[in-house]
Design a protein around this ligand. Structure first.
Ligand SMILES: C[S@@+](CC[C@H](N)C(=O)[O-])C[C@H]1O[C@@H](n2cnc3c(N)ncnc32)[C@H](O)[C@@H]1O
Length: 236
């Protein structure tokens, strides 16, 4: 599992002219620690005679920008080992997500849907990842990028203008930490039900290093200051 802020990576990989295997090898050479985790998780998916299909999920996908090329590389990795095994890619986000934006991205040249050979089925699971997203025991590789900081409920109503967990103190900070702990435990318990034997999760989330400040501390402080200024000016 990648640690907090392990690198929100966008689009560093390009399809390789040598095709799927070349692309995977080239990507692996240039890979960041995060990419290496995803590639090695994809490489470890068991593809023996009992494997009927491979399921990859992107939990909290939005329009799939952060994961597009990671998923493509994972699909290419699977295809080099098994040209015809059906691959299902489950895009999960809440019902009100911009699903049209996701489908538009899937039509692009660099989409995993352009990988040749066997069937690749994109699927959407329009529901919260705080419930079961897919049937038990089917998930081979679960990815989630910058989504797990969204808890199931908004933070404490008494939090004033705080926008981010590290802007809380005292009782509010404790309440939020307890909620985060419960949500995180529930997320893991649900994924444990969904994972196939040998399945793997690669998760990147905001958090607080035990010896340092939270991911995005400075940015969120600036956003809060601007929002407070806009309130003072009566603009929001
Ligand atoms: C900051 S965006 C990150 C999107 C994408 N993974 C990326 O890195 O570009 C967080 C996404 O998580 C989704 N999200 C928040 N809570 C969720 C939940 N309970 N279940 C599923 N998706 C959720 C949001 O709708 C949003 O699209």
């Amino acid at each position: 599992m990648a640690g907090p802020g392990a690198g929100i990576w966008r689009g560093a990989l390009k399809p390789h002219p040598a095709g799927a295997a070349g692309s995977h090898r080239a990507a692996a050479q240039d890979a960041t620690a995060l990419q290496v985790r995803v590639f090695s998780a994809a490489d470890r998916i068991a593809l023996d005679s009992s494997t009927k299909a491979v399921v990859i999920a992107d939990l909290g996908c939005a329009q799939g920008m952060a994961t597009a090329l990671l998923i493509r590389s994972s699909v290419e990795s699977i295809r080099t080992r098994s040209p015809h095994i059906p691959i299902h890619v489950v895009h999960n986000d809440v019902l009100q997500n911009d699903w049209a934006g996701l489908y538009e991205a899937l039509r692009r040249e660099e989409s995993y849907l352009r990988v040749r050979e066997g069937p690749i089925t994109p699927m959407t699971a329009a529901c919260s990842f705080y419930q079961l997203v897919m049937p038990p025991g089917v998930l081979n590789l679960g990815l989630s990028f910058a989504a797990l900081q969204w808890l199931e409920r908004p933070g404490p109503a008494s939090a004033g203008t705080a926008l981010f967990f590290d802007q809380l103190a005292g009782a509010e900070a404790l309440e939020m930490a307890e909620q985060a702990h419960q949500d995180w435990s529930r997320f893991l318990a649900l994924r444990a039900i969904e994972l196939a034997p040998g399945g793997c999760l690669v998760l990147v989330m905001m958090g607080r290093h035990p010896n340092g400040s939270a991911t995005g501390h400075t940015l969120w402080a600036a956003i809060r200051a601007i929002a407070e200024e806009l309130v003072l000016e009566g603009r929001i």
